[in-house]
Design a protein around this ligand. Structure first.
Ligand SMILES: *Cc1c(COP(=O)(O)O)cnc(C)c1O
Length: 392
């Protein structure tokens, strides 16, 4: 392996760069998780998570990757054979649905174009047809990390309301929460899936669910075996007081600090920063695309994600070659294509602890790699990004 010097540029869309402040906060001795000291940390962290999710309802955390929150969302809310509707948005929607199916739900995938925003009218039409109220939930991924498309949660909520359908609304926010706008209570989301290692800048291993009172109500009669994920022993009223086993104390140290950082900057400023860095990335890609180069995967500018950009390679060119040059020559790590997009796209993460020079360094490495790999493209992508960042 080549010797790598200088700072490693980690530009995957998850996990993300862990700020030094979070690392330092975790570099502390452990404590008994039944002490008032941990209680204070827990209270602060949960209150902060609720402000970030924009909810006054219930939050439960788990020592697990985001997949754990998917699992928890399924087994607490449903009974075997329950029918759920999953709008197809990309790799993550398919996999959330596949897990629900494996656990015993009747999963209906509503076909969709991965390059476009979710078809809210299609969801409305499907729910209107469901006169017997068989559909128990709609499961939407807000930010499809595989495609770089940000799906309009509020539009889906409005479609459900127009259909007058009582289904639960479940939203995966793993790669959007704390990067761009999400409003659990205003958008009447019943189950929010979240993870620590993307916008919240933590090491992986902490995930959580936001649970509406309607969702908690539905869980009272749900019949699936819940095992590790069971909310009942974890909750005292609406507060989480227990974990199945040892509380993840160090992840809480980190979470407390990352929430402090986000709130010192101000959530709206955090969103604005993500938008600027996302827009700079897109401007660079648009320049490369001229003359038959790599292009933005989303085909509708209204749904371009501010946390990740998927870049579609021209026919006959391998994104893995670009990723390999970036890693081997420039010590820059990019995301690859997932599922059906493997070998077709590479992905640039621009979420979490990130600033202008970091994104410009990344874009410069990619532009050099395009030349080295002899991929057709127009030069000047980085210049377009700089011009945008300097002017906005
Ligand atoms: C990363 C991600 C997941 C999975 O999270 P893990 O922590 O890797 O299990 C699920 N959904 C979305 C949208 C994601 O970006």
């Amino acid at each position: 392996m080549a010797v790598k010097r200088g700072r490693h540029f980690f530009q995957n869309p998850g996990p993300t760069n862990i700020p030094d402040r979070v690392l330092r906060a975790m570099d502390r001795p452990t404590i008994d998780f039944n002490t008032p000291e941990f209680l204070d940390i827990r209270e602060e962290a949960h209150a902060g998570l609720k402000r970030i999710m924009k909810t006054e309802q219930i939050v439960v955390t788990y020592a697990a990757t985001g997949h754990g929150a998917w699992h928890a969302s399924t087994v607490n809310l449903f009974s075997p054979g329950d029918h759920v509707l999953v709008p197809e948005t990309g790799y993550f929607s398919i996999n959330w649905g596949a897990m629900a199916k494996e656990l015993g739900l009747n999963v209906e995938i509503l076909a969709g174009d991965w390059r476009k925003g979710v078809d809210a009218a299609g969801i409305e039409a499907r729910l209107r047809k469901d006169t017997g109220r068989e559909i128990k939930a709609v499961m939407l991924v807000q930010n499809e990390t595989s495609t770089g498309v940000a799906h309009p949660v509020a539009d889906v909520r409005a479609a459900m309301d127009r259909a007058g359908h009582p289904a639960l609304f479940m939203v995966d926010t793993i790669s959007s929460l704390a990067s761009f706008d999400f409003r659990m209570d205003e958008w009447k989301v019943d189950l929010v899936v979240g993870g620590g290692q993307k916008g919240l800048m933590l090491p992986s291993g902490l995930c959580f669910t936001g649970i509406s009172r309607k969702g908690l109500g539905a869980s009272q009669s749900a019949q699936m075996p819940r095992g590790y994920w069971d909310w009942r022993p974890m909750l005292t009223g609406e507060k989480q007081t227990k974990w199945p086993g040892t509380a993840p104390v160090h992840l809480y140290y980190g979470l407390q600090e990352s929430i402090r950082m986000l709130e010192e900057e101000g959530l709206d400023q955090v969103f604005l920063r993500h938008h600027r860095l996302g827009e700079a990335t897109r401007r660079a890609v648009r320049v490369w695309a001229e003359g038959g180069g790599p292009e933005l995967y989303p085909t509708d500018p209204k749904v371009e994600s501010d946390s990740v950009t998927a870049v579609l390679m021209p026919e006959g060119h391998d994104p893995e070659a670009i990723r390999k040059i970036c890693m081997d020559r420039f010590n820059v790590s990019l995301g690859g294509g997932l599922g059906a997009l493997n070998g077709k796209v590479f992905r640039i993460g621009h979420l979490g602890d990130l600033n202008e020079p970091m994104i410009l360094g990344t874009l410069a490495a990619i532009e050099m790699a395009l030349s080295l790999a002899k991929v057709p493209h127009k030069k000047g992508g980085v210049d377009a990004a700089m011009e945008y960042l300097a002017g906005n």
